[in-house]
Ligand binder design. Structure first.
Ligand SMILES: Cc1cc2nc3c(=O)[nH]c(=O)nc-3n(C[C@H](O)[C@H](O)[C@H](O)COP(=O)(O)OP(=O)(O)OC[C@H]3O[C@@H](n4cnc5c(N)ncnc54)[C@H](O)[C@@H]3O)c2cc1C
Length: 506
Protein backbone atom coordinates (compact mmCIF):
# COMPACT_ATOMS: atom_id res chain seq x y z
CA UNK A 1 0.00 0.00 0.00
CA UNK A 2 1.54 3.30 -1.04
CA UNK A 3 1.25 6.56 0.88
CA UNK A 4 -0.40 8.15 -2.15
CA UNK A 5 -2.93 5.64 -3.48
CA UNK A 6 -5.24 6.69 -6.29
CA UNK A 7 -8.32 6.46 -4.07
CA UNK A 8 -9.03 6.24 -0.35
CA UNK A 9 -12.52 5.10 0.66
CA UNK A 10 -13.56 5.75 4.25
CA UNK A 11 -15.97 3.09 5.52
CA UNK A 12 -16.87 -0.35 4.18
CA UNK A 13 -20.65 -0.15 4.58
CA UNK A 14 -23.18 -0.11 1.76
CA UNK A 15 -21.84 3.09 0.18
CA UNK A 16 -18.10 2.43 0.61
CA UNK A 17 -18.07 -1.27 -0.27
CA UNK A 18 -20.24 -0.72 -3.35
CA UNK A 19 -17.99 2.15 -4.49
CA UNK A 20 -15.02 -0.21 -4.10
CA UNK A 21 -16.77 -2.90 -6.18
CA UNK A 22 -17.63 -0.35 -8.87
CA UNK A 23 -14.13 1.19 -8.99
CA UNK A 24 -12.03 -1.97 -8.62
CA UNK A 25 -12.04 -3.00 -12.31
CA UNK A 26 -10.44 0.36 -13.22
CA UNK A 27 -7.12 -0.90 -11.81
CA UNK A 28 -6.78 2.19 -9.62
CA UNK A 29 -4.96 1.62 -6.32
CA UNK A 30 -7.79 1.72 -3.78
CA UNK A 31 -7.37 1.69 -0.01
CA UNK A 32 -10.43 1.23 2.19
CA UNK A 33 -10.02 2.56 5.73
CA UNK A 34 -12.57 0.90 8.01
CA UNK A 35 -12.87 1.79 11.70
CA UNK A 36 -14.23 -1.64 12.69
CA UNK A 37 -13.09 -5.23 12.41
CA UNK A 38 -14.64 -8.23 10.70
CA UNK A 39 -17.56 -9.57 12.66
CA UNK A 40 -16.55 -12.99 14.04
CA UNK A 41 -18.69 -16.13 13.86
CA UNK A 42 -19.74 -16.69 17.48
CA UNK A 43 -22.75 -18.08 19.37
CA UNK A 44 -24.05 -14.60 20.32
CA UNK A 45 -24.78 -13.91 16.63
CA UNK A 46 -27.96 -15.96 16.94
CA UNK A 47 -28.65 -15.54 20.66
CA UNK A 48 -31.66 -13.22 21.02
CA UNK A 49 -31.01 -12.69 24.71
CA UNK A 50 -27.50 -11.45 23.89
CA UNK A 51 -28.64 -9.28 20.98
CA UNK A 52 -31.84 -7.73 22.33
CA UNK A 53 -31.65 -7.93 26.12
CA UNK A 54 -27.93 -7.64 26.87
CA UNK A 55 -27.06 -5.33 23.94
CA UNK A 56 -24.03 -7.53 23.24
CA UNK A 57 -23.34 -5.93 19.86
CA UNK A 58 -24.25 -2.32 20.65
CA UNK A 59 -21.24 -0.04 20.24
CA UNK A 60 -20.08 1.51 23.49
CA UNK A 61 -20.52 5.09 22.40
CA UNK A 62 -22.76 7.97 23.31
CA UNK A 63 -24.31 10.60 21.13
CA UNK A 64 -26.06 13.54 22.74
CA UNK A 65 -29.46 15.16 22.50
CA UNK A 66 -29.79 18.95 22.18
CA UNK A 67 -30.44 19.04 25.94
CA UNK A 68 -27.03 17.44 26.55
CA UNK A 69 -28.57 14.09 27.58
CA UNK A 70 -26.49 11.14 26.32
CA UNK A 71 -27.94 8.15 24.50
CA UNK A 72 -26.46 4.98 23.08
CA UNK A 73 -27.27 4.86 19.33
CA UNK A 74 -27.64 1.57 17.45
CA UNK A 75 -24.95 2.53 14.94
CA UNK A 76 -22.55 -0.30 14.14
CA UNK A 77 -18.83 -0.12 13.39
CA UNK A 78 -17.53 -3.23 11.71
CA UNK A 79 -16.55 -4.36 8.23
CA UNK A 80 -19.83 -4.05 6.31
CA UNK A 81 -21.15 -1.31 8.61
CA UNK A 82 -24.81 -1.28 9.61
CA UNK A 83 -25.68 -3.74 6.88
CA UNK A 84 -24.22 -6.60 8.96
CA UNK A 85 -27.36 -6.21 11.09
CA UNK A 86 -29.83 -5.15 8.43
CA UNK A 87 -33.10 -6.70 7.35
CA UNK A 88 -31.73 -7.12 3.79
CA UNK A 89 -34.85 -5.54 2.26
CA UNK A 90 -33.34 -4.28 -0.99
CA UNK A 91 -36.15 -2.25 -2.48
CA UNK A 92 -36.14 0.54 -5.05
CA UNK A 93 -37.46 3.98 -4.25
CA UNK A 94 -40.72 4.48 -6.15
CA UNK A 95 -40.58 6.49 -9.38
CA UNK A 96 -42.62 9.28 -7.70
CA UNK A 97 -40.00 9.61 -4.93
CA UNK A 98 -37.63 11.28 -7.41
CA UNK A 99 -40.08 14.15 -8.00
CA UNK A 100 -41.53 16.68 -5.60
CA UNK A 101 -44.30 15.18 -3.44
CA UNK A 102 -46.73 16.97 -1.17
CA UNK A 103 -47.07 15.34 2.24
CA UNK A 104 -49.24 16.18 5.22
CA UNK A 105 -46.19 17.60 6.96
CA UNK A 106 -44.65 19.53 4.04
CA UNK A 107 -42.96 18.91 0.71
CA UNK A 108 -40.49 16.20 -0.17
CA UNK A 109 -38.03 17.80 -2.62
CA UNK A 110 -37.29 16.54 -6.12
CA UNK A 111 -34.00 14.75 -6.77
CA UNK A 112 -31.51 16.32 -9.20
CA UNK A 113 -32.35 13.46 -11.59
CA UNK A 114 -35.29 11.17 -12.23
CA UNK A 115 -35.85 7.45 -11.62
CA UNK A 116 -34.87 6.62 -15.21
CA UNK A 117 -31.31 7.87 -14.55
CA UNK A 118 -30.83 5.45 -11.64
CA UNK A 119 -32.81 2.53 -13.11
CA UNK A 120 -29.92 0.68 -14.83
CA UNK A 121 -27.85 1.02 -11.66
CA UNK A 122 -30.67 -0.42 -9.56
CA UNK A 123 -30.59 -3.50 -11.80
CA UNK A 124 -26.82 -3.82 -11.36
CA UNK A 125 -27.11 -3.37 -7.61
CA UNK A 126 -29.77 -6.09 -7.50
CA UNK A 127 -27.40 -8.41 -9.36
CA UNK A 128 -24.48 -7.54 -7.03
CA UNK A 129 -26.58 -8.21 -3.91
CA UNK A 130 -28.25 -11.29 -5.49
CA UNK A 131 -31.70 -9.97 -4.66
CA UNK A 132 -34.59 -12.43 -4.40
CA UNK A 133 -37.89 -10.95 -5.57
CA UNK A 134 -40.85 -10.99 -7.89
CA UNK A 135 -42.47 -8.29 -9.99
CA UNK A 136 -46.15 -7.84 -10.64
CA UNK A 137 -47.96 -7.69 -7.29
CA UNK A 138 -47.13 -4.13 -6.17
CA UNK A 139 -48.99 -1.42 -8.13
CA UNK A 140 -46.40 1.19 -7.01
CA UNK A 141 -43.39 -0.80 -8.29
CA UNK A 142 -41.51 1.28 -10.88
CA UNK A 143 -40.48 -0.22 -14.21
CA UNK A 144 -37.51 -2.64 -14.05
CA UNK A 145 -35.35 -3.23 -17.13
CA UNK A 146 -34.18 -6.58 -15.67
CA UNK A 147 -36.09 -9.19 -13.67
CA UNK A 148 -34.83 -10.03 -10.17
CA UNK A 149 -31.85 -12.40 -10.36
CA UNK A 150 -33.50 -14.98 -8.04
CA UNK A 151 -37.09 -16.02 -7.21
CA UNK A 152 -38.60 -14.61 -3.99
CA UNK A 153 -37.99 -16.05 -0.53
CA UNK A 154 -41.03 -18.26 0.12
CA UNK A 155 -43.68 -17.42 2.70
CA UNK A 156 -43.92 -19.84 5.61
CA UNK A 157 -47.42 -21.31 6.06
CA UNK A 158 -48.83 -18.77 8.57
CA UNK A 159 -47.39 -15.93 6.51
CA UNK A 160 -48.97 -17.26 3.30
CA UNK A 161 -52.23 -17.39 5.25
CA UNK A 162 -51.72 -13.77 6.38
CA UNK A 163 -50.99 -12.67 2.82
CA UNK A 164 -54.30 -14.22 1.72
CA UNK A 165 -56.17 -12.51 4.58
CA UNK A 166 -54.77 -9.13 3.54
CA UNK A 167 -55.74 -9.72 -0.08
CA UNK A 168 -59.24 -10.58 1.13
CA UNK A 169 -59.54 -7.18 2.81
CA UNK A 170 -58.43 -5.36 -0.37
CA UNK A 171 -54.68 -4.89 0.17
CA UNK A 172 -52.00 -5.73 -2.43
CA UNK A 173 -49.29 -7.62 -0.51
CA UNK A 174 -46.15 -8.15 -2.59
CA UNK A 175 -42.99 -10.17 -1.97
CA UNK A 176 -40.24 -8.07 -0.41
CA UNK A 177 -37.04 -7.97 -2.47
CA UNK A 178 -34.50 -9.61 -0.14
CA UNK A 179 -30.75 -10.21 -0.08
CA UNK A 180 -30.90 -13.50 1.78
CA UNK A 181 -30.12 -17.11 0.88
CA UNK A 182 -32.67 -18.54 3.25
CA UNK A 183 -31.44 -22.16 3.20
CA UNK A 184 -27.92 -21.10 4.20
CA UNK A 185 -29.24 -18.76 6.89
CA UNK A 186 -31.46 -21.40 8.51
CA UNK A 187 -28.74 -24.00 8.25
CA UNK A 188 -26.82 -22.16 10.98
CA UNK A 189 -29.82 -21.59 13.30
CA UNK A 190 -33.58 -21.19 13.04
CA UNK A 191 -33.85 -17.42 13.63
CA UNK A 192 -34.96 -14.40 11.62
CA UNK A 193 -32.17 -12.31 10.09
CA UNK A 194 -33.30 -8.72 10.74
CA UNK A 195 -31.16 -7.17 13.52
CA UNK A 196 -29.19 -10.45 13.76
CA UNK A 197 -25.53 -10.12 12.70
CA UNK A 198 -24.34 -12.02 9.67
CA UNK A 199 -21.05 -13.93 9.73
CA UNK A 200 -21.28 -15.06 6.11
CA UNK A 201 -24.36 -17.14 6.84
CA UNK A 202 -26.28 -16.27 3.68
CA UNK A 203 -27.20 -12.61 4.21
CA UNK A 204 -25.99 -10.45 1.31
CA UNK A 205 -24.61 -7.43 3.15
CA UNK A 206 -21.93 -4.87 2.25
CA UNK A 207 -19.14 -7.25 3.28
CA UNK A 208 -20.42 -10.49 1.77
CA UNK A 209 -21.58 -8.97 -1.55
CA UNK A 210 -19.77 -5.84 -2.87
CA UNK A 211 -16.70 -5.88 -0.61
CA UNK A 212 -16.01 -9.52 -1.44
CA UNK A 213 -16.28 -8.63 -5.12
CA UNK A 214 -13.93 -5.63 -4.68
CA UNK A 215 -11.30 -7.65 -2.79
CA UNK A 216 -11.01 -10.11 -5.68
CA UNK A 217 -8.98 -7.31 -7.27
CA UNK A 218 -5.38 -7.05 -6.10
CA UNK A 219 -5.47 -3.27 -6.48
CA UNK A 220 -7.94 -3.04 -3.56
CA UNK A 221 -6.68 -3.12 0.05
CA UNK A 222 -8.86 -3.16 3.16
CA UNK A 223 -7.34 -1.77 6.37
CA UNK A 224 -9.47 -2.59 9.43
CA UNK A 225 -9.27 -0.88 12.81
CA UNK A 226 -8.43 2.36 10.95
CA UNK A 227 -10.45 5.29 12.24
CA UNK A 228 -10.27 8.45 10.17
CA UNK A 229 -10.05 11.53 12.36
CA UNK A 230 -9.66 14.43 9.95
CA UNK A 231 -9.08 15.62 6.42
CA UNK A 232 -6.51 18.27 5.64
CA UNK A 233 -7.04 20.66 2.75
CA UNK A 234 -4.14 21.57 0.47
CA UNK A 235 -2.69 25.09 0.28
CA UNK A 236 -5.25 26.18 -2.32
CA UNK A 237 -8.09 25.12 0.01
CA UNK A 238 -9.72 23.28 -2.92
CA UNK A 239 -8.19 19.80 -2.84
CA UNK A 240 -8.29 17.43 0.10
CA UNK A 241 -4.57 16.82 0.46
CA UNK A 242 -4.44 14.29 3.31
CA UNK A 243 -6.54 11.81 5.24
CA UNK A 244 -5.44 11.42 8.87
CA UNK A 245 -6.37 8.20 10.65
CA UNK A 246 -5.53 6.13 13.71
CA UNK A 247 -4.41 2.56 13.31
CA UNK A 248 -2.97 0.29 15.99
CA UNK A 249 -2.40 3.23 18.31
CA UNK A 250 -0.53 5.29 15.74
CA UNK A 251 -1.56 8.38 13.82
CA UNK A 252 -1.05 7.87 10.09
CA UNK A 253 -1.64 9.85 6.92
CA UNK A 254 -2.50 9.00 3.34
CA UNK A 255 -2.46 11.46 0.45
CA UNK A 256 -4.69 10.03 -2.27
CA UNK A 257 -5.75 11.60 -5.55
CA UNK A 258 -9.42 11.04 -4.67
CA UNK A 259 -11.18 10.74 -1.33
CA UNK A 260 -14.49 8.92 -1.06
CA UNK A 261 -16.21 9.46 2.25
CA UNK A 262 -18.68 6.67 3.16
CA UNK A 263 -18.70 6.64 6.97
CA UNK A 264 -22.52 6.81 7.23
CA UNK A 265 -24.77 9.88 7.32
CA UNK A 266 -23.96 10.91 10.89
CA UNK A 267 -20.26 10.05 11.01
CA UNK A 268 -19.49 11.48 7.55
CA UNK A 269 -21.13 14.78 8.49
CA UNK A 270 -19.18 14.80 11.77
CA UNK A 271 -15.89 14.24 9.90
CA UNK A 272 -16.56 17.08 7.46
CA UNK A 273 -17.57 19.41 10.29
CA UNK A 274 -14.44 18.48 12.26
CA UNK A 275 -12.31 19.20 9.19
CA UNK A 276 -14.18 22.36 8.25
CA UNK A 277 -14.69 21.18 4.68
CA UNK A 278 -17.36 21.09 1.96
CA UNK A 279 -19.66 23.42 3.86
CA UNK A 280 -20.02 26.60 1.81
CA UNK A 281 -23.77 25.91 1.79
CA UNK A 282 -23.91 25.52 5.59
CA UNK A 283 -25.91 22.33 4.93
CA UNK A 284 -23.39 19.74 6.20
CA UNK A 285 -25.05 17.96 9.10
CA UNK A 286 -28.44 19.51 8.36
CA UNK A 287 -31.56 17.90 6.86
CA UNK A 288 -31.05 14.81 9.01
CA UNK A 289 -33.84 12.29 8.35
CA UNK A 290 -34.53 8.88 9.84
CA UNK A 291 -38.01 7.66 8.79
CA UNK A 292 -40.95 7.76 11.12
CA UNK A 293 -41.34 4.10 11.98
CA UNK A 294 -43.47 1.99 14.33
CA UNK A 295 -43.81 -1.67 15.15
CA UNK A 296 -47.47 -2.67 14.81
CA UNK A 297 -48.41 -6.01 16.31
CA UNK A 298 -51.73 -7.79 15.77
CA UNK A 299 -52.70 -10.54 18.22
CA UNK A 300 -55.46 -13.11 17.76
CA UNK A 301 -56.13 -16.27 19.78
CA UNK A 302 -57.17 -17.94 16.49
CA UNK A 303 -53.95 -17.12 14.64
CA UNK A 304 -51.07 -19.50 15.24
CA UNK A 305 -47.69 -18.15 14.16
CA UNK A 306 -44.94 -20.75 14.07
CA UNK A 307 -43.00 -18.90 11.36
CA UNK A 308 -39.24 -18.57 11.89
CA UNK A 309 -38.25 -15.67 9.68
CA UNK A 310 -41.59 -14.18 8.61
CA UNK A 311 -40.25 -11.09 6.74
CA UNK A 312 -41.36 -11.94 3.19
CA UNK A 313 -43.95 -9.39 2.10
CA UNK A 314 -45.05 -5.80 2.42
CA UNK A 315 -47.74 -3.57 0.94
CA UNK A 316 -47.82 -0.08 -0.49
CA UNK A 317 -51.58 0.57 -0.61
CA UNK A 318 -51.06 3.76 1.45
CA UNK A 319 -47.72 4.74 -0.10
CA UNK A 320 -48.94 7.36 -2.56
CA UNK A 321 -52.49 7.95 -1.29
CA UNK A 322 -54.78 7.23 1.62
CA UNK A 323 -54.16 10.05 4.07
CA UNK A 324 -56.13 13.19 4.76
CA UNK A 325 -56.65 14.99 1.41
CA UNK A 326 -55.57 11.66 -0.13
CA UNK A 327 -51.90 12.48 0.60
CA UNK A 328 -49.20 9.78 0.97
CA UNK A 329 -48.78 7.84 4.22
CA UNK A 330 -46.03 5.26 3.72
CA UNK A 331 -44.96 1.66 3.44
CA UNK A 332 -45.91 -1.39 5.49
CA UNK A 333 -43.70 -4.49 5.66
CA UNK A 334 -43.43 -7.52 7.89
CA UNK A 335 -40.91 -7.27 10.69
CA UNK A 336 -38.60 -10.19 11.32
CA UNK A 337 -40.54 -12.51 13.62
CA UNK A 338 -40.65 -11.26 17.23
CA UNK A 339 -40.21 -13.73 20.09
CA UNK A 340 -40.62 -13.56 23.86
CA UNK A 341 -36.88 -12.80 24.14
CA UNK A 342 -37.17 -9.86 21.74
CA UNK A 343 -40.34 -8.46 23.32
CA UNK A 344 -38.82 -8.75 26.79
CA UNK A 345 -36.25 -6.08 25.87
CA UNK A 346 -39.01 -3.45 25.58
CA UNK A 347 -41.39 -4.95 28.18
CA UNK A 348 -39.05 -5.96 31.00
CA UNK A 349 -41.86 -6.16 33.58
CA UNK A 350 -43.77 -8.88 31.68
CA UNK A 351 -42.64 -12.49 32.26
CA UNK A 352 -40.89 -13.91 29.18
CA UNK A 353 -43.04 -17.10 28.99
CA UNK A 354 -46.15 -14.90 28.72
CA UNK A 355 -44.55 -12.87 25.94
CA UNK A 356 -43.63 -16.13 24.20
CA UNK A 357 -47.26 -17.26 24.25
CA UNK A 358 -48.42 -13.86 22.93
CA UNK A 359 -45.81 -13.92 20.15
CA UNK A 360 -47.08 -17.30 18.99
CA UNK A 361 -50.44 -15.63 18.26
CA UNK A 362 -49.03 -12.40 16.86
CA UNK A 363 -48.13 -10.94 13.49
CA UNK A 364 -45.65 -8.04 13.46
CA UNK A 365 -45.42 -5.24 10.95
CA UNK A 366 -43.09 -2.31 10.40
CA UNK A 367 -44.93 0.88 9.36
CA UNK A 368 -42.65 3.48 7.77
CA UNK A 369 -43.44 7.05 6.72
CA UNK A 370 -41.33 9.69 5.05
CA UNK A 371 -39.35 12.11 7.21
CA UNK A 372 -38.81 15.42 5.38
CA UNK A 373 -35.57 17.43 5.15
CA UNK A 374 -35.53 20.55 7.33
CA UNK A 375 -32.34 22.45 8.18
CA UNK A 376 -33.09 22.49 11.93
CA UNK A 377 -32.93 18.69 12.04
CA UNK A 378 -29.22 18.24 12.31
CA UNK A 379 -26.00 16.63 13.44
CA UNK A 380 -23.54 19.01 15.01
CA UNK A 381 -20.35 18.79 17.04
CA UNK A 382 -19.81 19.97 20.57
CA UNK A 383 -16.05 19.50 20.87
CA UNK A 384 -15.63 15.78 20.11
CA UNK A 385 -19.24 14.98 20.94
CA UNK A 386 -21.86 14.18 18.33
CA UNK A 387 -25.08 16.04 19.02
CA UNK A 388 -28.11 14.71 17.16
CA UNK A 389 -30.96 17.20 17.06
CA UNK A 390 -33.48 15.13 15.15
CA UNK A 391 -36.67 17.09 14.52
CA UNK A 392 -39.23 14.64 13.28
CA UNK A 393 -41.46 15.91 10.47
CA UNK A 394 -44.63 14.58 8.89
CA UNK A 395 -45.60 12.75 12.10
CA UNK A 396 -49.33 13.12 11.48
CA UNK A 397 -48.93 11.10 8.24
CA UNK A 398 -47.27 8.39 10.30
CA UNK A 399 -50.07 8.40 12.86
CA UNK A 400 -52.58 8.04 10.04
CA UNK A 401 -50.57 5.18 8.52
CA UNK A 402 -50.52 3.34 11.85
CA UNK A 403 -54.28 3.93 12.27
CA UNK A 404 -54.99 2.63 8.74
CA UNK A 405 -52.82 -0.44 9.37
CA UNK A 406 -54.59 -1.13 12.67
CA UNK A 407 -58.00 -1.05 10.92
CA UNK A 408 -56.70 -3.38 8.21
CA UNK A 409 -55.40 -5.85 10.82
CA UNK A 410 -58.67 -5.74 12.76
CA UNK A 411 -60.59 -6.39 9.53
CA UNK A 412 -58.20 -9.29 8.84
CA UNK A 413 -59.19 -10.92 12.14
CA UNK A 414 -56.85 -9.51 14.82
CA UNK A 415 -58.98 -8.12 17.69
CA UNK A 416 -55.97 -6.76 19.59
CA UNK A 417 -53.55 -4.46 17.73
CA UNK A 418 -50.74 -2.57 19.48
CA UNK A 419 -48.13 -0.15 18.17
CA UNK A 420 -44.92 1.38 19.39
CA UNK A 421 -42.77 3.98 17.59
CA UNK A 422 -39.04 3.47 17.16
CA UNK A 423 -37.09 6.30 18.78
CA UNK A 424 -33.87 8.15 18.13
CA UNK A 425 -31.71 5.46 19.70
CA UNK A 426 -32.43 3.55 16.48
CA UNK A 427 -30.96 5.76 13.72
CA UNK A 428 -31.07 2.80 11.30
CA UNK A 429 -32.28 4.82 8.32
CA UNK A 430 -30.20 7.94 9.04
CA UNK A 431 -29.74 10.02 5.89
CA UNK A 432 -29.70 13.44 4.22
CA UNK A 433 -26.90 15.19 6.13
CA UNK A 434 -24.69 15.89 3.08
CA UNK A 435 -27.26 16.07 0.35
CA UNK A 436 -26.71 16.28 -3.36
CA UNK A 437 -28.38 18.89 -5.52
CA UNK A 438 -27.96 21.23 -8.45
CA UNK A 439 -27.23 24.39 -6.44
CA UNK A 440 -23.97 24.79 -4.47
CA UNK A 441 -25.65 27.30 -2.19
CA UNK A 442 -28.18 24.72 -0.91
CA UNK A 443 -26.38 21.37 -1.25
CA UNK A 444 -22.83 20.26 -0.37
CA UNK A 445 -22.69 17.71 -3.23
CA UNK A 446 -23.36 17.80 -6.94
CA UNK A 447 -25.56 15.11 -8.57
CA UNK A 448 -22.51 12.82 -8.88
CA UNK A 449 -21.88 13.10 -5.13
CA UNK A 450 -18.80 15.26 -5.67
CA UNK A 451 -18.31 18.07 -3.16
CA UNK A 452 -18.98 21.38 -4.92
CA UNK A 453 -16.12 22.89 -2.89
CA UNK A 454 -13.50 20.15 -3.36
CA UNK A 455 -13.10 18.47 -6.76
CA UNK A 456 -11.29 15.41 -5.32
CA UNK A 457 -13.84 14.67 -2.56
CA UNK A 458 -16.93 12.50 -3.02
CA UNK A 459 -19.43 11.53 -0.32
CA UNK A 460 -21.24 8.29 -1.09
CA UNK A 461 -23.34 7.01 1.77
CA UNK A 462 -26.84 7.64 3.12
CA UNK A 463 -25.82 11.28 3.68
CA UNK A 464 -26.30 12.14 -0.02
CA UNK A 465 -30.04 11.35 -0.09
CA UNK A 466 -32.05 14.54 -0.84
CA UNK A 467 -35.20 12.84 0.46
CA UNK A 468 -35.80 9.72 2.54
CA UNK A 469 -38.84 8.33 0.66
CA UNK A 470 -40.66 5.77 2.78
CA UNK A 471 -38.83 2.58 1.88
CA UNK A 472 -35.55 1.08 3.06
CA UNK A 473 -32.52 3.02 1.77
CA UNK A 474 -29.69 0.50 1.15
CA UNK A 475 -30.42 -0.44 -2.48
CA UNK A 476 -30.71 3.23 -3.47
CA UNK A 477 -27.36 4.00 -1.81
CA UNK A 478 -25.80 1.04 -3.64
CA UNK A 479 -27.31 2.00 -7.01
CA UNK A 480 -26.03 5.57 -6.72
CA UNK A 481 -22.61 4.24 -5.63
CA UNK A 482 -22.38 2.17 -8.82
CA UNK A 483 -23.48 5.19 -10.85
CA UNK A 484 -20.86 7.42 -9.21
CA UNK A 485 -18.14 4.76 -9.57
CA UNK A 486 -18.90 4.62 -13.29
CA UNK A 487 -18.73 8.42 -13.52
CA UNK A 488 -15.37 8.51 -11.72
CA UNK A 489 -13.97 5.71 -13.86
CA UNK A 490 -14.97 7.52 -17.04
CA UNK A 491 -13.93 11.01 -16.03
CA UNK A 492 -11.11 10.75 -13.48
CA UNK A 493 -9.44 7.38 -13.94
CA UNK A 494 -8.29 7.40 -17.52
CA UNK A 495 -5.75 4.59 -17.88
CA UNK A 496 -2.82 6.97 -18.45
CA UNK A 497 -3.36 8.26 -14.91
CA UNK A 498 -3.14 4.80 -13.39
CA UNK A 499 -0.19 2.70 -12.41
CA UNK A 500 -1.34 -0.51 -14.15
CA UNK A 501 -4.13 -2.34 -15.93
CA UNK A 502 -6.85 -4.12 -13.88
CA UNK A 503 -5.43 -6.81 -11.64
CA UNK A 504 -7.74 -9.58 -10.50
CA UNK A 505 -6.96 -12.28 -7.96
CA UNK A 506 -7.57 -15.83 -9.12
C1 LIG B 1 -30.98 -3.16 12.44
C2 LIG B 1 -30.95 -2.50 11.09
C3 LIG B 1 -31.79 -2.98 10.09
C4 LIG B 1 -31.78 -2.38 8.83
N1 LIG B 1 -32.52 -2.93 7.83
C5 LIG B 1 -32.45 -2.43 6.57
C6 LIG B 1 -33.10 -3.07 5.48
O1 LIG B 1 -33.74 -4.10 5.63
N2 LIG B 1 -32.99 -2.51 4.26
C7 LIG B 1 -32.28 -1.35 4.05
O2 LIG B 1 -32.27 -0.86 2.92
N3 LIG B 1 -31.64 -0.75 5.06
C8 LIG B 1 -31.68 -1.27 6.30
N4 LIG B 1 -30.98 -0.69 7.31
C9 LIG B 1 -30.22 0.53 7.01
C10 LIG B 1 -28.92 0.23 6.26
O3 LIG B 1 -28.15 -0.69 6.97
C11 LIG B 1 -28.20 1.55 6.08
O4 LIG B 1 -29.04 2.42 5.33
C12 LIG B 1 -26.89 1.41 5.30
O5 LIG B 1 -26.03 0.49 5.92
C13 LIG B 1 -26.22 2.77 5.22
O6 LIG B 1 -25.07 2.66 4.44
P1 LIG B 1 -23.90 3.71 4.60
O7 LIG B 1 -22.90 3.40 3.56
O8 LIG B 1 -24.51 5.05 4.68
O9 LIG B 1 -23.31 3.47 6.07
P2 LIG B 1 -22.89 2.14 6.83
O10 LIG B 1 -23.35 0.94 6.09
O11 LIG B 1 -23.29 2.25 8.22
O12 LIG B 1 -21.31 2.16 6.77
C14 LIG B 1 -20.51 3.13 7.40
C15 LIG B 1 -19.15 2.51 7.64
O13 LIG B 1 -18.21 3.52 7.97
C16 LIG B 1 -17.40 3.06 9.06
N5 LIG B 1 -16.90 4.28 9.74
C17 LIG B 1 -17.61 5.18 10.46
N6 LIG B 1 -16.81 6.16 10.90
C18 LIG B 1 -15.57 5.90 10.42
C19 LIG B 1 -14.31 6.55 10.52
N7 LIG B 1 -14.17 7.71 11.19
N8 LIG B 1 -13.22 5.98 9.94
C20 LIG B 1 -13.33 4.82 9.25
N9 LIG B 1 -14.52 4.15 9.12
C21 LIG B 1 -15.62 4.69 9.69
C22 LIG B 1 -18.35 2.23 9.89
O14 LIG B 1 -17.66 1.34 10.74
C23 LIG B 1 -19.15 1.51 8.79
O15 LIG B 1 -18.52 0.33 8.39
C24 LIG B 1 -30.95 -1.26 8.59
C25 LIG B 1 -30.11 -0.79 9.59
C26 LIG B 1 -30.10 -1.40 10.83
C27 LIG B 1 -29.18 -0.88 11.89
Amino acid sequence: MSASPDIVIIGSGIGGATMAAGLAPSGAEIVILEAGERLPDRPENRDQQAIFQRGFFRPKESWYEASGAPFNPGNYYNVGGNSKFYGAVLVRFRREDFGEIEHLGGVSPAWPFGYEELEPWYSRAEALFQVRGELGDDPTEPKHSQPYPFPPVPDEAPIAHMRAKLRAVGMHPASLPLGIDIERWLNKAKTPWDAHPNADDGKMDAETAPLREALRHRNVTLVTGATVRRFVAGPNGRDVAAVEYEHQGERKTLSPKLVILSAGAVRSAALLLASNLANRSDQVGRNFMNHNASAVIGVSPWFRNDAVYQKTFGFNDFYLHGGERDLPLGNVQLLGRVSGKILKASMPAVPEPLLDVASRHAIDFYAMSEDLPVPESRVRLDGDRIVLEWQRTNWSAHEQLVARLKSVLRAAGFPLVMSRPFDKRTPSHQCGTIRMGTDPSTSPLDPNCRAWDHPNLYVVDAGFLPSSAAVNPALTIAAQALRVADYITRTELRTDALSAAPRVNA
